[in-house]
Design a protein around this ligand. Structure first.
Ligand SMILES: Cc1cc2nc3c(=O)[nH]c(=O)nc-3n(C[C@H](O)[C@H](O)[C@H](O)COP(=O)(O)OP(=O)(O)OC[C@H]3O[C@@H](n4cnc5c(N)ncnc54)[C@H](O)[C@@H]3O)c2cc1C
Ligand code: SF4
Length: 503
């Protein structure tokens, strides 16, 4: 039975009724941000404990089935959603590796204009061009970022490229953290061939290999003990992974604490424990998305090939189009059609391609509360989303589709030649949109003042001497591109800042 700190990977079966750890730095959450922070903390010789409520996973344990994945790898068993002027499904990962266990491995550098804005308007002085370049180089190397060869891309990606090329739209194959990808299309259920380089297998692996880091899975952090402006202890429950019932308790004493529970988990922890009030939880940004399915005359088999391998760059218009692959059970949920018609589309699914609009949200309003999630799609963001859907339809039709169905209730199946401005109208109610987003950001934003932000330029929580945040919650604004690379860079940056203080 394990009672005290030991480096290595640990899980529920090893724990006694009480786990009592003492380290230099305790990290809450083993996702992209927490793993990168841990790598930079051990690099300075610090002893680190990473606490993660989900379990450790080996690639061979993954099952390419939505129900299995929701049960084991997703927050809220796949039911996490925000409510406001519509319903927005907001999945997130749970397990050692966090959301990188279930992401599509897409890698984008932080856009230079966004970085400049963060420095100029929010005082993010550590994110210099030179520092970020060094982070990107390290991330590219550690994650093995590359474009997968044409042979594994599959027709779902190829067909969309064909349509974009026909319209002269700028696009490209997506760079991904999956150098050995075989194109099985199951990234969001976990990569069972072990090709995807998720955080647990890369940055966290480095930290564990140093002999200074212990990763404690099945440990849910609930509470905190403080003295004056310092955190002394994190405490919580060890859990039975089969049913999440409490098995025992743990506490972790440390000199420094890093929160990396993600843009939902971190502000919720601050609010629930009275560590910070507003604006913690405010300014939720998500990159709202709605998908579209295009039907062709010949087989595409969208469930084969790279899960998300191609994109069309419409950054200036406020959106990207990205191919995706929903397994049949999820495609069924997306078909906003009367039952008989939906069944016919399911019968034709092998002849369908799929792509979605990723909106650079600007005027939507969202927040994380102690127990809930709110999101109100703004008018401008909705217009951008509808414009993106019309462009997606144009691409599918240019590629040879005879009809499309989008996540727009009431639009029905839209045949080639139909009036797209009418089918996907700018004034569509958010209630009629099947909104989805996988990029929660910005709920503990970095800034210059305690009343307008939650952390300073080092990622330190205002008013607390030894409490930092190292995850996607610290982004000062929306990003506009898939966020894992920027989150890893935040983790490396805050890890370095904490290491300087701890030295
Ligand atoms: C389905 C999906 C697909 C995606 N695809 C891509 C993609 O292709 N490319 C890309 O760039 N981005 C993608 N993303 C987003 C990207 O993975 C995330 O932005 C990134 O992982 C966020 O890192 P994070 O450290 O902020 O949080 P996470 O990676 O979500 O990690 C947070 C961790 O903290 C744990 N935690 C939270 N609270 C507690 C607590 N109280 N106690 C213990 N543990 C706790 C959680 O269980 C979780 O493991 C995708 C996300 C999803 C959900
Ligand atoms: S598509 Fe590639 S990276 Fe994704 S799960 Fe399959 S082999 Fe892994």
């Amino acid at each position: 039975m394990l009672h005290r700190f030991e480096p290595g990977r640990h899980g529920a079966p090893e724990y006694g009724p009480e786990l009592d750890l003492e380290v230099d730095v305790a990290v809450l959450g083993a996702g992209a941000g927490g793993s990168a922070a841990a790598a930079n903390l051990v690099a300075r010789g610090l002893r680190v404990a990473v606490l993660e409520e989900g379990s450790h996973w080996q690639p061979s344990q993954f099952r390419p089935q939505s129900v299995w994945a929701f049960r084991h790898l997703y927050q809220g068993r796949g039911t996490r959603a925000a409510h406001g002027n519509g319903v927005l499904v907001l999945p997130g990962g749970r397990g050692v590796g966090g959301s990188t266990l279930i992401n599509s491995a897409i890698c984008f550098r932080t856009p230079p204009s966004v970085l400049a804005r963060w420095r100029d308007e929010s005082g993010c002085g550590r994110f210099t061009d030179g520092w970020m370049e060094s982070c990107f180089a390290r991330i590219w190397d550690t994650l093995g970022v590359s474009v997968n060869p044409p042979a594994v891309q599959g027709d779902n990606n190829r067909v969309f490229k064909r349509g974009a090329d026909a319209l002269g739209l700028r696009g490209d194959w997506l760079a991904r953290a999956a150098p050995g990808c075989v194109g099985c299309g199951s990234c969001q259920q976990g990569c069972e061939v072990g090709a995807k380089r998720s955080a647990d297998r890369t940055f966290l692996g480095e930290a564990v290999d140093s002999g200074l880091c212990g990763v404690y899975a099945d440990c849910r952090v609930d509470g905190v003990e403080t003295t004056g402006g310092r955190v002394d202890t994190l405490r919580g429950r060890t859990m039975n992974p089969t049913d999440d019932t409490a098995a025992g308790t743990f506490r972790v004493r440390a000199r420094h604490f890093v929160l990396a529970g993600g843009a939902v988990g971190t502000p919720r922890f601050l609010l629930q424990n009275g560590l910070y009030g507003a604006p913690a939880g405010e300014h939720l940004r998500v990159h709202p998305t709605t998908g579209m399915i295009g039907r062709f005359a010949t087989d595409i088999k969208p469930w084969t090939g790279v899960t998300q391998g191609y994109y069309v760059d419409q950054w200036e218009r406020g959106f990207l189009l990205q191919v995706y692959n929903a397994p049949p059970d999820q495609a069924w949920v997306q078909l906003a059609l009367p039952p008989a018609e939906a069944l016919q589309w399911m019968a034709d699914l092998r002849r369908c391609g799929m792509a979605g609009v990723v909106v650079h949200d600007e005027d939507s309003v969202g927040r994380v509360t102690r127990g809930g999630l709110e999101y109100h799609l703004g008018d401008a963001d909705r217009r951008v989303l509808m414009e993106g859907l019309r462009t997606t339809a144009d691409v599918f039709f240019a590629a040879g589709a005879d009809a499309v169905v989008a996540g727009v209730h009431g639009a029905g199946a839209v045949p080639k030649g139909a009036d797209l401005r009418r089918a996907f109208a700018d004034d569509t109610s958010p209630w009629d949109l099947a909104l989805y987003a996988a990029h929660p950001l910005g709920t503990c934003r970095m800034g210059r003042r305690a009343d307008d932000s939650v952390v300073d330029a080092d990622g330190k929580v205002w008013g607390w001497d030894n409490l930092h945040i190292a995850d996607a919650s610290v982004f000062p604004t929306s990003l506009g591109v898939n966020p894992q690379v920027t989150t890893y860079a935040v983790g490396l940056t805050v890890g370095a800042a904490v290491a300087e203080r701890a030295a």
